[in-house]
Design a protein around this ligand. Structure first.
Ligand SMILES: C[S@@+](CC[C@H](N)C(=O)[O-])C[C@H]1O[C@@H](n2cnc3c(N)ncnc32)[C@H](O)[C@@H]1O
Length: 284
């Protein structure tokens, strides 16, 4: 893959490649089966659909990982043709296995998307930017480039200065870029390619942090114990959502309407193209 790691310390890229080398089967199981998480995922997909303002014809998930995000996006926007890319061949392979050929999936770098200009109406970058922290602008420029005029780019990140986020950054070197995920920085980035607005998604990360550690157990006794913990976390999150001002929440979404003057590079306005000599792949 070209371009990955350009402009960063060698070790930053190497840390990401090592961290994402395998499919995270536990995370995927949890995302698709844990009712305390599935409810959140459906709510987020509905917010993304609302941000896209209708029924996009073509959608792209950049950094789609094991494909769970795509499966909720398809549920929320069933008429859309979905594509996903990820630089981890293991994750893309796993996503293909569990989602069949329902999505057009490819192994590719977010900094060099294998699509023609103006290929999608909706482009989603969820929990990706902090993994390409040395060139966030490059990721967003690529996302904007492949978005059709009038289309939408949605960027989702956790607030990098919250307690659980800090702890996570401290524990996991590949998450350290998260410290730069703050609303002002994301809005500044959006302004480089168009007009962005901030929306808050979730008040607290307690349930997701719990899911990171205990997942969704398969044994029934363990599941009962986990359910009690999740219910307690849910009560906490509801209280935080009521009491904390939104600018103190943890999960945020920036909705960007790319400005063609800033992002287009002589767009084809066309379909995903194959064999055109510019490295574009046919994905649909
Ligand atoms: C935290 S996961 C998020 C996965 C998915 N977006 C979600 O919300 O479930 C970050 C994903 O980005 C991928 N990734 C990191 N750097 C990338 C790059 N430069 N190009 C493409 N994918 C990348 C990783 O392999 C991983 O699957």
């Amino acid at each position: 893959m070209t371009g990955f790691g350009e402009g960063c310390g060698e070790s930053d890229a190497a840390i990401q490649v090592t961290f994402h080398h395998a499919a995270d089967i536990r995370r995927s199981h949890n995302r698709l089966n844990n009712p305390f998480i599935t409810a959140k995922e459906r709510a987020i997909a509905a917010r993304i659909a609302a941000a896209a303002g209708g029924a996009p014809r073509d959608g792209l998930d950049i950094g789609c990982g094991e494909g769970s995000n795509l499966s909720y996006l398809r549920e929320a926007m069933p008429g859309t043709r979905w594509a996903g890319i990820d630089f981890s061949s293991a994750k893309v392979g796993f996503a293909r296995e569990i989602h069949g050929d329902g999505f057009a999936l490819a192994c590719a770098n977010a900094l060099a998307l294998p699509f023609a200009d103006c290929s999608f109406d909706l482009v989603v970058c969820r929990d990706l930017l902090h993994h390409v922290n040395w060139n966030r602008a490059g990721v967003l420029a690529e996302a904007a480039r492949v978005t059709r005029p009038g289309g939408t780019v949605v960027v989702i990140e956790s607030h990098g200065r919250r307690l659980l986020g800090r702890l996570f950054q401290w524990l996991v070197p590949a998450e350290r870029g998260g410290r730069d995920s703050v609303p002002e920085a994301l809005l500044r980035l959006a302004a480089e390619v168009g007009v962005g607005r901030l929306e808050w998604l979730e008040a607290s990360f307690l349930t997701r942090a719990l899911a990171f550690f205990i997942g969704w157990p398969r044994r029934s006794w363990a599941r009962t114990a986990a359910t009690l913990l999740y219910r307690a976390a849910e009560v906490w999150e509801r209280a935080v959502a009521r009491l904390r001002r939104q600018d103190g929440w943890t999960y945020m979404m920036v909705v960007v309407q790319p400005d063609r003057a800033a992002s287009a590079s002589g767009g084809t306005g066309g379909e995903h193209v194959a064999g055109d000599g510019q490295g574009h792949l046919r994905l649909a």
